[in-house]
Design a protein around this ligand. Structure first.
Ligand SMILES: [Zn+2]
Ligand SMILES: [Zn+2]
Length: 375
């Protein structure tokens, strides 16, 4: 049965339609993406696109739920199609509709106040993925380290799933990031200390946060490498065999929560101003992605001061001489001080990953792997 010749003409996709070819998931992605996008537009511009009687009959919360459901289904189906099908146009169209719908929907009046929205942030996920992709995809095209490596390299769907889950649970992880510091170190955060730290110029506070955060990150990161039980969680991050902007999000939830929770402790205790902390959060969300990116930029002059892709790519190298080196996220000087710096001038690693390669591919497999005795 030729379901939809228009579809084929519009998308220039003449591959087979049988089950498992990615055709049905692609069609599902486009259909629900359009539905969700339309629903989001209705939410955003109710006075133009909906009638008062419909508005009265459909509870806003239900409409939000259905639209978010359509967008999520479209997104997942789009990913599945992208995975199964050689031509990515159907899947990408569905994903684009889903992202657009999420963006438009997120600027619509919320069904309840922000604090009561629950723990899922599909809009946050969509916004972040879109913005990050908008910055890094063109950058990787313009200055590629490995030009032959496309955005759809092996393992990319696993990494999108990691990106998806960590952003979907943003409110949960924000809570677990802040709670341990508040509960355990509330006593240490005195008003005097806060007054002292937050009265400094913003730029100085920002630099201090970078230093304090990276000292903690260095210590926690080294523990993740040194303690066998913790290494099983961090090994997920090192299982990436191709480096690009998306590979950085390959992190086990235990890794994310422990690292973030502990890094926040000194920032909280010292009591920096909110503006300086936000500035750091924006910086770290860019920098942590950047150091994984598939880009070759001439940063020789900066390399001593700030972590570059070359510095962190060596951390992911499979070569024996680079194992357990370059633990810092922002400041290579910390590795120099503690004798763990490794970045031979002008050279890049040949390959990435763990030489024994014990970690399975796939999000669910990686989420449970540290708890199994395997590998
Ligand atoms: Zn590491
Ligand atoms: Zn990394």
């Amino acid at each position: 049965m030729d379901l939809d010749p228009i579809f084929k003409r519009v998308f220039g996709d003449d591959e087979p339609e049988r089950l498992g070819s990615g055709w049905w998931s692609g069609v599902t992605a486009v259909f629900f993406g359009m539905l969700g996008l339309f629903g989001a537009l209705c939410l955003r511009y109710p006075e133009w696109l909906t009638t008062p009687s419909v508005r009265a009959a459909v509870p806003l919360a239900l409409a939000h739920g259905l639209i978010q459901g359509s967008l999520a289904l479209s997104f997942l189906a789009g990913l599945l199609s992208g995975l199964l099908r050689k031509r990515k146009v159907l899947g990408l169209t569905g994903v684009t509709f889903a992202l657009l719908g999420s963006l438009i929907g997120s600027s619509a009046p919320p069904p309840a106040a922000l604090g009561e929205r629950g723990v899922f942030g599909l809009d946050w996920f969509a916004l972040n993925l879109l913005l990050t992709a908008l910055v890094f995809v063109p950058m990787e095209r313009a200055f590629p380290l490995r030009p032959e490596q496309g955005p759809f390299r092996p393992g990319w769907t696993t990494d999108v799933a990691h990106f998806f889950v960590s952003h979907l649970l943003v409110q949960v992880s924000l809570f677990t990031t802040l709670a341990p510091a508040r509960v355990m170190f509330g006593w240490a955060a005195t008003p005097e200390l806060r007054a002292l730290a937050s009265s400094q110029p913003l730029l100085l506070q920002f630099l201090e946060i970078v230093l304090v955060a990276d000292l903690t990150e260095y210590a926690v990161h080294r523990l993740f490498h040194g303690v066998p039980f913790l290494w099983r969680f961090h090994a997920i991050h090192h299982s990436a065999q191709a480096m690009d902007w998306l590979a950085g999000s390959r992190l086990h939830l235990v890794d994310i929560l422990l690292t973030r929770g502990l890094t926040f402790v000194p920032i909280f205790v010292l009591g920096f101003s909110e503006g300086a902390v936000y500035a750091y959060l924006v910086f770290v969300s860019f920098h942590a992605v950047f150091i994984h990116a598939n880009v070759r930029l001439d940063m020789a002059r900066l390399e001593d001061w700030i972590a570059t892709p070359r510095f962190h790519h060596w951390h992911h190298s499979a070569a024996a001489e680079a194992v357990d080196r370059n633990f810092a996220v922002h400041l290579p000087a910390i590795d120099r001080i503690f004798g763990t710096h490794y970045a031979p001038k002008g050279r890049w690693p040949d390959s990435y990953g763990i030489s024994t390669n014990p970690v399975p591919e796939g999000y669910v497999e990686q989420a449970v792997w540290p708890f199994t005795g395997r590998g």
